[in-house]
Design a protein around this ligand. Structure first.
Ligand code: ADP
Ligand code: TPW
Ligand code: MG
Length: 578
């Protein structure tokens, strides 16, 4: 008898049966369902779970802070349509991860936050356990579904429920609470194996009603000035060819929301991206595909949308999205693949494209705006302004269209979104529905791991600070990530002055700081770039080498504007105190 088997009560009793435990069952359940990567920060009670998962062939990426691990899991979910998995320790680790879970839910990204937790008996009596917290109760309002597992025999079904909840219908974040005691619970290995569930058809097709398709097509056909708006739900759906065929057959001009950019190339002849204000004002029929009428589209009303009466058609998997802000005259509820295929089928061979004067107006406006912008993008000022620096990056992305672009900041975000054309689907990842800072390095790590493509992260200096410590993670895993920091010494600008005392103003950072040195500290490449030419050379070198690189792009501290392009949402005091 081996040493291990003498510790096995089942075998000691002469039954020769193998045992399993909670640790193994969690790993087996994830592997059975195709989980390949876990985004993680180790500690009690999940240290061994991370180790064992790695030993079992799951790729476990250890971060420096759970929020970044959580953001990585969330964007992995968006890129793959499989729930990204984040594994955290109890209470503080859980709370750090929770921001990312809530952000994933808000953005409709499928993700599962698995967190260890303290002993139920002690938590519920509030007796002060190590890292005590009623995590399930706290997670519930911030995610799509939340489950707790008390018995090892339920692990299989719980993981199955979590996966299904994350990816079916409108995708979102799911919380799975695993108390410490669960991991060492032992059960018969064969019964354990039988308790596992391989989820079949986790995100079933949701077929739209034929009457809804007909209504949608009737409204679209009645339009004189139609517009399609593609949102990140359309990019998530991974039905790129169907969408392209529909757009081209319909002849309707389209706008792409930030993360939908590249679903069709921004340079497509029907792209109205450079004539955004005109088309939103003047369109008479607007079809939304996987885009919500939230603040990013001014709720479908007000000045942005002009006075011309409009009819809205909306395709979404979530029925309650319809009429959320304004009346939707043609709701089409279903998954985007099924809905757009049904529209295509219903259009028949003789679909009449929209009147040519509408397209001509848009093209004229588009060409005018592009021509106006062109000289600003070619300036080679030093220190750089945003346009000069972005002109350089725009060229890089054009030449390397399969690279992933990550983008956060205020001016750095808004101007990059407008200036950098995207050419392929799901290549632009940014602050999303909340406009949240801090997604940068988590998204960069997961984008590199999940796609194997080079990653360019264009970061405001403030934005970068929220996840900057993960440059060590990027170096440790030797990921092909090039970070460009738009260093204007502050939030929006680096020029604010404190009117009362010697403390620095609230929005400014250390002048002439050198973020590139952070990267060198961990063995990566650091570059200080002071002109667009230098920036262009450094980015190309970084991507050619595949080495982790951080470029400190020196931007004029006076170049930005308050809140970037959303200054209208920024309340400002008009009261002058005497
Ligand atoms: P954006 O910010 O790009 O405008 P939103 O996040 O506001 O996009 O909207 C995405 C929408 O897409 C959500 O309402 C979500 O329910 C929907 N959605 C996500 N996946 C699908 C899918 N496969 N089929 C249909 N709708 C989807
Ligand atoms: C989690 C508020 C919006 S944009 C921004 C902050 C702090 C930083 C802007 O400065 P940056 O960009 O990145 O240097 P630039 O080019 O304009 O100088 N906390 C969270 N999310 C948000 N959105 C904020 C704060 C904010
Ligand atoms: Mg800044």
């Amino acid at each position: 008898m081996s040493e291990a088997s003498t510790q096995n009560p089942a075998q000691d009793a002469g039954q020769e049966r193998e045992l399993t435990d909670g640790f193994h069952l969690v790993i087996d359940a994830l592997k059975l369902n195709g989980v390949e990567t876990i985004y993680h920060v180790p500690g009690i009670p999940v240290t061994d779970l991370g180790r064992m998962a790695q030993a079992a062939g799951i790729r476990v990426i250890s971060f420096r802070h759970e929020q970044n691990a959580g953001n990585a899991a969330a964007i992995a979910g968006y890129l793959t349509q499989k729930p990204g998995i984040c594994l955290t320790v109890s209470a503080p680790g859980f709370l750090n991860g929770l921001t990312a879970l809530a952000n994933a839910t808000t953005n409709c990204f499928p993700m599962i936050l698995i967190s260890g937790s303290s002993e139920r008996e002690i938590v519920d009596l509030q007796q002060g356990d190590y890292e005590e917290m009623d995590q399930l109760a706290i997670a519930k309002p911030l995610c799509k579904a939340a489950f707790r597992v008390l018995h090892a025999a339920d692990i299989g079904i719980a993981v199955a429920r979590a996966i299904r909840a994350a990816v079916s219908g409108r995708p979102g974040g799911v919380y799975l609470d695993l108390p410490a005691k669960l991991f060492s619970q032992v059960m018969d290995a064969e019964k354990g194996a039988q308790s596992l569930v391989k989820v079949i058809d986790a995100a079933p097709a949701q077929i739209p009603a034929p009457s809804a398709i007909k209504r949608g097509l009737d409204v679209l056909a009645s339009a004189k000035r139609p517009l399609v708006i593609l949102g990140k739900g359309a990019a998530y759906a991974q039905v790129d060819e169907t969408i392209r065929t529909f757009i081209e057959k319909s002849g309707v001009p389209f706008l792409q929301m930030s993360m939908a950019k590249g679903l069709l190339p921004d340079t497509h002849p029907q792209s109205a991206g450079a004539a955004r204000s005109t088309v939103l004002k003047d369109a008479d029929v607007v079809m939304l595909i996987g885009a919500r009428l939230n603040w990013l589209l001014s709720h479908g009303k007000g000045k942005t949308w002009g006075d011309a009466p409009k009819k809205f058609i909306q395709i979404d998997i979530e029925p309650t999205e319809m009429d959320s802000n304004i009346e939707i005259v043609a709701p089409i509820v279903g998954d985007i693949g099924s809905c757009v295929s049904a529209l295509l089928a219903g259009m028949g061979a003789n679909w009449a494209k929209p009147p040519s004067d509408w397209m001509d107006t848009i093209m004229a406006k588009r060409d005018e705006n592009i021509a106006k912008m062109a000289p600003r993008l070619m300036n080679n000022k030093s220190p750089m302004d945003f346009h000069g620096a972005l002109g350089a990056l725009r060229t890089v992305v054009k030449e390397r269209p399969d690279m992933i672009l990550i983008n956060e900041g205020a001016n750095t975000l808004d101007l990059a979104r407008g200036i950098i054309d995207m050419y392929q689907p799901r290549k632009r990842l940014d602050v999303g529905t909340w406009g949240v800072m801090g997604i940068g390095m988590g998204y960069a790590v997961a984008a590199a791991i999940e796609t194997g493509k080079p990653v360019l992260a264009v970061e405001g200096d403030s934005a970068f600070g929220f996840s900057g410590m993960e440059v060590e993670t990027i170096c440790r895993y030797n990921l092909p990530v090039c970070i460009v920091i738009f260093n204007n010494s502050g939030i929006y600008r680096g020029t604010d002055v404190n009117t009362n005392g010697s403390d620095p103003a609230t929005t400014v950072f250390v002048r002439d700081s050198r973020y590139d040195k952070m990267m060198e500290a961990f063995g990566g490449v650091g570059v200080n770039a002071t002109s667009p030419d230098e920036l262009l050379r450094a980015v190309n070198a970084a991507i050619d080498s595949g080495k982790p690189t951080l470029i400190n792009a020196v931007i004029d501290p006076a170049a930005g504007t308050e809140s970037g392009r959303i200054g209208n949402l920024n309340p400002q005091s008009v009261v002058k105190k005497k």
